[in-house]
Design a protein around this ligand. Structure first.
Ligand code: SF4
Ligand code: SF4
Ligand code: SF4
Length: 218
């Protein structure tokens, strides 16, 4: 099926920058609706060339309205500011973030595709995108891994929102979460650590509000 062959050429970050709800919907739109082949910033020129060759179409420039092509990035959480709201976990299409409600969260860099979908929902602006070191572009191996993680998440969600998180390489992530919880104890209310945490959260919230205020006035 043509859509499947097109999807096999896409980066599988599920970032939605193409204007579709993921790589497969974009592939279907190219195959059946004649959507342009230049709407995938992660794929960049190489991706456009591969699609053009498959579909016997001319190579065209990336539509920068969808975003600029960038080298591969990974999300990093500034854990001292994380308030454990879980919004980033809900946004991540490949289950690359571990944590639990009111506990700090961490990105599994091996699993992160650099889609940046977790950045905007974070209420305290504590997620940053940083280049993968050594810097490099997306590869078909990255795409295969991303697709495996995405499909594992889809299977988990199909079982219900409370089902255990499974990943092709990490197995039962619930075990990882349990480990994470026990190795990063939450300070008791009233203790000096708790007070520090509260102050850190207050500072982070103030910082985020200031950033938003600047964005809104610029
Ligand atoms: S990786 Fe490309 S095709 Fe996939 S969702 Fe992102 S922009 Fe769309
Ligand atoms: S951690 Fe963030 S950037 Fe990485 S895959 Fe998940 S949502 Fe995308
Ligand atoms: S969205 Fe931000 S504050 Fe909320 S759990 Fe994720 S990193 Fe922490």
């Amino acid at each position: 099926m043509l859509a499947q062959r097109i999807n096999a050429l896409l980066p599988q970050t599920q970032c939605t920058k193409c204007g579709y709800q993921g790589c497969e919907p974009y592939a279907q739109a190219i195959a059946s609706e004649g959507a342009a082949i230049n709407r995938c910033p992660p794929g960049g020129e190489a991706g456009i060339a591969a699609l053009a060759q498959l579909l016997q179409l001319p190579v065209i420039a990336l539509d920068t309205d969808c975003g600029a092509h960038q080298l591969l990035q990974v999300a990093v959480i500034d854990e001292q500011f994380c308030i454990g709201c879980t919004l980033c976990i809900q946004a991540c299409p490949v289950d690359a973030i571990i944590g639990a409600s009111k506990l700090m969260h961490t990105v599994l860099p091996e699993q992160c595709t650099g889609c940046d979908l977790c950045v905007a929902p974070c209420p305290v602006d504590c997620i940053s995108m940083v280049p993968v070191i050594p810097q490099r572009s997306w590869t078909s191996q990255d795409a295969a891994r991303a697709r495996a993680y995405f499909e594992a998440r889809q299977r988990r969600l199909a079982k219900g929102p409370e089902s255990l998180r499974q990943s092709p390489e990490f197995g039962d992530s619930a075990a990882v979460i349990a480990h994470h919880s026990t190795t990063h104890d939450t300070p008791e209310v009233g203790s000096p650590d708790h007070s520090d945490k509260q102050q850190a959260i207050a500072r982070a919230l103030a910082r985020a509000r200031a950033r938003r205020a600047v964005r809104q006035t610029s």
